[in-house]
Design a protein around this ligand. Structure first.
Ligand SMILES: Cc1ncc(COP(=O)(O)O)c(C=O)c1O
Length: 425
């Protein structure tokens, strides 16, 4: 009895919906002429684009000169937290930068700085289904002279364009993007912490947004940048990190995308990171191949400082063969050490067997990770196939990792005037 009443209601609803559909079809036929006329008119955004951009290169790049800024109302401005208590990536500044790409509208649109807001996406957006997403991680530092500096933003933007190419997203002129980011930082300048233990993290992000299923190149994309103040990486924690090296987890492989900063490289690493944490270890040491080559540590590049059998000091790091991300800090360390000319520098394959051999023969000096977040992160131990290898990185008088970190910080915080750290005036 209950079921048949329910069926009866359903039927009534369906009939009603059908009637509504019929009426709206008639109505839409009646106004189809009008709609056609409107469709033939250029869209609002297209019209704006045609009016102001007389150059024909919008496919190639957006332009800083077209950037417009809409500031928050005073009541929208948020209180700035104490950076010492900040968890990485939890608090964002008041504004963001956005620029759309729409192939149908001629390519890149005009960049805008607007109050920080949520983004609205079509449920079929490519980013949500096929991980068409890439990002960058860079920082702005308030120097001793109160001037705000970036650190080698050109390298981040080059890497971003390479990630874009590999994801079928459009590229842009790097200098134009850097200028837009600089302006965003100027707008939110008071968010750049007044302390050498902290900085403003910059997260340029690029996503495919076409609302169509199917693994195809995106015809619409959104490039945006958000900012968050970050505290000292090691504040309140032990400086050196313990690692889990488990050959059953692989981060990247030849011919893959390990050398691109695409989101799809990161999500699948959480499982291994969780396993390391369950064992009381902090990071994953990513291995590759039957000879267990060391490739990266967590989301950092890795360095090995050691003495060879003749007592000659050498600094080794894995080569850029597609398995590792070409880090900005990695490149900077290699260049600094090259200038110092005090030891041999090698970009070559390093295996776990070699690490164990060096440690057993007392020739392993230091191992450290490098990346924008921590700059340099010393390694204290590696758990590998049931044994724990102790690394004496922090046990030396004047360790290399600390010297490198101090030198890079001196550049970033303006103690040394350096072309790697352009000022935002
Ligand atoms: C996988 C991976 N390796 C290395 C790095 C270090 O790169 P960078 O020195 O440019 O911060 C990062 C951080 O971006 C990373 O995510």
């Amino acid at each position: 009895m209950f079921t048949s009443t329910k069926q009866c209601y359903c039927k009534l609803i369906l009939q009603f919906q059908h009637k509504l559909k019929q009426t709206s079809k008639q109505a839409s036929r009646a106004c189809s002429l009008k709609v056609k006329q409107i469709i033939n008119e250029p869209l609002l955004e297209e019209r704006k684009y045609d009016e102001t951009d007389d150059e024909t290169d919008s496919e190639i790049t957006f332009r800083f000169k077209d950037l417009t800024t809409t500031l928050c109302n005073p009541d929208q401005l948020r209180a700035k937290p104490d950076v010492a208590d900040l968890k990485f990536g939890h608090v964002f500044t008041d504004h963001m930068m956005k620029v759309f790409y729409h192939k149908k509208l001629g390519g890149w649109q005009k960049p805008v700085i607007i109050p920080f807001e949520n983004i609205s996406l079509h449920p079929a957006a490519k980013v949500l289904h096929y991980a068409v997403e890439l990002f960058e991680g860079m920082k702005a530092y308030r120097g001793v002279d109160d001037k705000v500096r970036l650190f080698r933003p050109d390298l981040n933007m080059k890497r971003m364009n390479r990630s874009a190419q590999s994801s079928g997203l459009p590229t842009f002129q790097e200098e134009e993007m850097i200028e837009c980011i600089k302006r965003l930082i100027q707008v939110d300048e008071e968010w750049v912490p007044h302390s050498e233990a902290s900085s403003l993290y910059i997260r340029p992000t690029f996503i495919g947004i076409d609302g169509t299923l199917g693994v195809h190149q995106s015809d619409s994309a959104l490039l945006y940048t958000i900012l968050c103040p970050v505290g000292g990486y090691f504040e309140g924690t032990k400086e050196s990190v313990s690692l889990l090296a488990d050959p059953s987890y692989v981060r990247a492989w030849p011919g893959g995308s390990g050398d691109k900063k695409v989101g799809s490289n990161y999500g699948p690493t959480i499982r291994a990171q969780k396993k390391a944490n369950q064992k009381g270890l902090q990071q994953v040491l990513w291995l590759y191949g039957p000879d267990h080559q060391i490739t990266e540590v967590g989301t950092m590049n890795i360095f090995l400082f050691y003495k060879d059998e003749f007592g000659v000091k050498r600094l080794a790091t894995p080569p850029l063969t597609g398995l590792i991300l070409p880090g900005v800090i990695r490149q900077s360390i290699l260049q600094l050490c090259e200038q110092w000319g005090e030891f041999v520098i090698e970009q070559r394959t390093i295996t776990m067997a070699e690490v164990i051999n060096l440690q057993l023969s007392d020739r392993l000096l230091e191992m450290f990770g490098s990346g924008t977040a921590a700059i340099v992160s010393p390694i204290s131990s590696i758990e590998y196939l049931g044994q724990t290898i102790q690394i004496p990185t922090t046990e030396h008088q004047n360790p290399l990792y600390r010297r490198v970190r101090e030198e890079l910080k001196a550049i970033q915080y303006g103690h040394i005037d350096h072309p790697w750290a352009p000022k935002i005036d």
